[in-house]
Write a protein that binds this ligand. Structure first.
Ligand code: 3UK
Length: 541
């Protein structure tokens, strides 16, 4: 039997076939399943047509789409900005379909408009984290063979240090004759969404991986809509009168989905804020009357004691993702706000959340069940499915999945059609999924398997503890010992007595062999820009 090559399978709109040519071979892709009727998209599809133009065409152009610190745009205004940027990309910058455009900016309406314009113009967006340094940008520019850059003027520094970087147009730069705002002003006419194939690549998202060389994950126009049609309607229950707010950067798919794509899909509004602290996020929820919040567990922990100072009456739903949500954090947030958090595990490779639960379906300690549209199971070391009560490797499939840009690690992430996220999980008899640890972070001490997250959850319940990270430290006698790195609450002094108190507290609440034999106090835990604890740094410290 002959099979069509990837390039022949659909009629790509891409003149520059780089992205398509660098997809992994078809037999290394995960199996894609389209279990819901809503996931059957037409063969020709430009996601921006659905997310933006459709609302304007249906007479909803006057509704607010984006709130920002310096601009608030209705759907019609956002469309006008997007169309002008698309003209600049295609006419002034002479880009052809399939070209890659690197994007660099803090969360703000203009950054959002740039991303949408790249997609609408049939180009491929490569969004990057604002904090990346020249060396890291260089790797991405090279790996994705980037053709042009749209960059916020304030973030010019690191980019300009990259030798031989592609042409850049700066935004938030209204006084500069070559700035994006001046170029945009010359284009008044509408820009029709390029007639892309549903499986044309539109986004290369680099993993926020805590170690190793970043991996570019490639996603299609239909993937962008698929994530909007799984978690938001089925778990979150998003509606057109929702106002979405939160912290993750638009360059992190958690933020791209939660703050831009999900609101646009239902005609709701997103609030995009540049520099957020626990105080400013709470103040912004109050000010914008936000209804849905997306952030990481550590941010919820930091906001919890401050909640009584703000009017959060508008807030209805709180989504936590990026790392495991300790039960202690869930309970404290519920006590402070009355809101039961929606925990959800997502991954850059899969684009967004695939296991979660909300409302009455929440089971304490579990992440939840597969989001409608996704399937999940637990595999053992040989790739065989295991039943309830056995810890193994989390395996997922759905309408989206891992396709690395030219990367050998594709074969590690995909096994027999399943995406292996690198997480150790356990299922119960009712099909709920419980996070245990990253596969390579399981602590093995004197023959016992110990999940750091469980020890962290206990320590977080102690009144002296603000933050903690638990890792395995090499030990001659036991192989590894459990070591806790603890940040104390303000005003609490570290002492040997406190070490013993924390150890006794752990022994009293979980099996005593899991208690932290070593406790180290620190001012701050090392975290990525996406809120993930960098355990390897704790182990090295
Ligand atoms: C971990 C979680 C336990 C887990 C992400 C929502 O985090 C996202 O993507 P990344 O590629 O990291 C993926 C890994 O992060 N993780 C994320 N959420 C949870 N672990 N409980 C959770 N709720 O190790 C996973 O494999 O940075 C999250 C939406 C989009 C995303 N990209």
């Amino acid at each position: 039997m002959t099979s069509l090559s990837v390039a022949e399978s659909t009629h790509s709109a891409h003149v520059d076939s780089f992205a398509r040519d660098h997809l992994p071979p078809r037999d290394e892709w995960p199996e894609l399943v389209f279990d819901l009727p809503d996931l059957r998209y037409p063969a020709r599809l430009n996601c921006v047509g659905e997310l933006l133009d459709k609302h304007v065409a249906r007479g909803r152009g006057g509704r607010t789409a984006l709130f920002g610190e310096h601009a608030t745009w209705t759907y019609a205004e956002l469309q006008r900005q997007v169309d002008r940027i698309a003209h600049v990309l295609r006419t002034d910058m002479k880009l052809v379909t399939g070209n890659r455009v690197l994007l660099r900016g803090a969360n703000c309406p203009m950054m959002a408009a740039c991303i949408l314009a790249v997609l609408k113009a049939g180009l491929v967006a490569v969004p990057t984290m604002p904090l990346l340094r020249a060396r890291e940008l260089g790797v991405i520019l090279d790996k994705a063979q980037v053709n042009a850059v749209l960059c916020a003027r304030t973030l010019a520094g690191e980019l300009e240090q990259v030798e031989g970087h592609p042409p850049v147009v700066y935004f938030d730069d209204p006084d500069h004759a070559d700035g994006l705002e001046v170029l945009m002003a010359r284009h008044e006419e509408a820009f029709g969404a390029v007639d892309t194939a549903a499986d044309d690549v539109c986004l290369i998202s680099f993993t926020s991986g805590t170690t190793g060389i970043p991996k570019g994950t490639m996603h299609f126009h239909r993937d962008v809509l698929a994530i909007c049609d799984c978690f938001p309607p089925h778990t979150l229950g998003s509606r057109e009168d929702d106002i979405f707010i939160g912290t993750p950067p638009l360059a992190f798919t958690f933020g791209l989905g939660g703050l831009l794509l999900f609101p646009l899909r239902v005609g709701a509004a997103g609030v995009l804020l540049e520099k957020l602290t626990p105080e400013t996020l709470l103040a912004a929820i109050q000010r914008y009357r936000a209804t849905v919040c997306f952030t990481a567990p550590t941010f919820y922990r930091q906001m919890t004691p401050l909640v009584p100072r703000y009017d959060l009456g508008s807030l209805q739903k709180c989504v936590s993702a990026g790392e495991a949500l300790p039960l202690a954090t869930r309970d404290a947030w519920k006590a402070a706000t009355g809101i039961a958090m929606i925990d959800g595990i997502g991954a850059t490779e899969i684009l967004h959340i695939f296991i979660s639960a909300s409302g009455d379906a929440i089971r304490p300690g579990a992440t939840g069940k597969p989001v409608p549209g996704y399937r999940a199971c637990i595999l053992d070391a040989d790739g065989q499915p295991v039943g309830p009560g056995v810890i193994g490797r989390l395996a997922v499939k759905g309408p989206t999945g891992c396709r690395y840009l030219a990367d050998e690690r594709q074969r590690q992430y995909v096994l027999n059609g399943w995406n292996l996220t690198g997480d150790a999980y356990e299922m119960d008899g009712d099909g709920y999924f419980y996070y245990r640890s990253r596969t390579d972070d399981m602590i093995i001490s004197a023959g016992y398997n110990i999940a750091g997250a469980e020890v962290e959850d206990v320590l977080l319940r102690h009144p002296a503890v603000a933050e903690c990270g638990v890792v395995g430290r090499t030990d001659e006698e036991r192989g590894q010992i459990v070591e806790a790195h603890v940040v104390l609450k303000p005003g609490i002094e570290a002492s040997d007595e406190l070490v013993r108190a924390l150890q006794d507290f752990a022994k009293a609440h979980i099996a005593p062999y899991k208690y932290p034999r070593a406790v180290r106090f620190t001012d701050k835990l090392p975290r990525t820009e996406t809120g993930k604890l960098q355990r390897f740094k704790l182990r090295e410290s």
